[in-house]
Design a protein. Structure first.
Length: 302
């Protein structure tokens, strides 16, 4: 019953989204639209890299099929072991999972875990399972890049007037003074539809002010830990453009059109840490590149 309700909601959402298209046509628009849900939580990892425990944030707000799918997948995850001071260690890390509902036909949809991010920036010396205390969520902000002054961009007037919403996935390279050396836009996902030319213009409308704002941001750089001696650090910061009150709540499907992903200009030699899907990351947070845990198996087995 609950699952049918969510499918009906999703069908309605798609209908509302595609109904606004005048150029591409409904049939073409349906091919572009995806339904996504970002689910967050935490995993606890053993010295061997296996998962000993996991929690899902606000489980009660999720469709049952989504929570059950994560519960079925999590015990099979295996990570590259966490090493602290040269020794394997227990750890806990924040996770964000991108759930996708793909349309099979007019009545049926397939739900899957498309991408996942497990933030090593939140790893701690977690107590072994069964001995966790009040400090299990503690993180060490001084051993990674964190935001200092990050004024958000203004809403572009033309985009606001047209009702264009979306998320711009900005990536920055920060020098040792905490200032931005380089900035780029990796991807722009839209919550608006049009033909190819119109959508390219919409993406540009949102990307330009986000990029301009990012170049003025400043950051706190690491003062200890694994990355303290780096000459520069890269970080992703998703920027949401939302018109008041129109953001679906946690646990709700969100219709959007994923944009093309552009290469990062200054990261040509290695993809280490850059292979994470940008749209797996929580908007408004600083995600230092290369600090995530490395998953060694598929998210859903196989």
């Amino acid at each position: 019953m609950g699952m049918r309700h969510h499918w009906r909601w999703y069908v309605l959402l798609l209908w509302l989204a595609t109904g606004a298209v005048h150029a591409a046509g409904v049939a073409e628009a349906r091919k572009q639209v995806e339904a996504s849900m970002l689910v967050t939580g935490r995993v606890t990892i053993t010295r061997e890299g296996t998962v000993s425990d996991w929690t899902i944030d606000q489980r009660e707000k999720l469709p049952e099929v989504v929570a059950n799918m994560i519960d079925a997948a999590a015990p099979g995850w295996r990570f590259e072991p966490i090493v602290i001071d040269g020794k394997p260690a227990h750890g806990s890390a924040r996770m964000s999972l991108q759930m996708i509902a793909e349309r099979i036909d007019d009545e049926r949809f397939r739900v899957s875990i498309r991408n996942g991010y497990f933030g090593r920036d939140a790893v701690s010396r977690a107590q072994p399972p069964g001995r966790r205390g009040k400090r299990e969520d503690a993180s060490f902000p001084d051993d990674r890049l964190s935001g200092l002054e990050m004024r958000p961009p203004g809403y572009p007037p033309l985009a606001l007037e047209a009702g264009v919403q979306g998320t711009v996935y900005v990536i920055v390279r920060v020098d040792r003074s905490g200032r931005v050396q380089d900035a780029a836009v990796e991807q722009v996902n839209l919550r608006a539809l049009g033909n190819a030319r119109e959508m390219a213009r919409m993406r540009d409308l949102l990307a330009r002010p986000a990029l301009a704002a990012a170049r003025r941001w400043t950051f706190r750089t690491p003062v200890r830990g694994e990355w303290v001696d780096e000459e520069s650090w890269s970080a992703r910061v998703p920027v949401d453009y939302l018109i008041g009150g129109m953001q679906p709540g946690y646990g709700k499907w969100q219709a959007y059109v994923p944009g093309p992903r552009s290469p990062v200009p200054w990261q040509m030699e290695s993809l280490e840490g850059f292979d994470i899907a940008p749209d797996t990351l929580v908007a408004g947070e600083v995600h230092q590149v290369g600090t995530g845990l490395k998953l060694l198996v598929p998210l859903q087995g196989g």
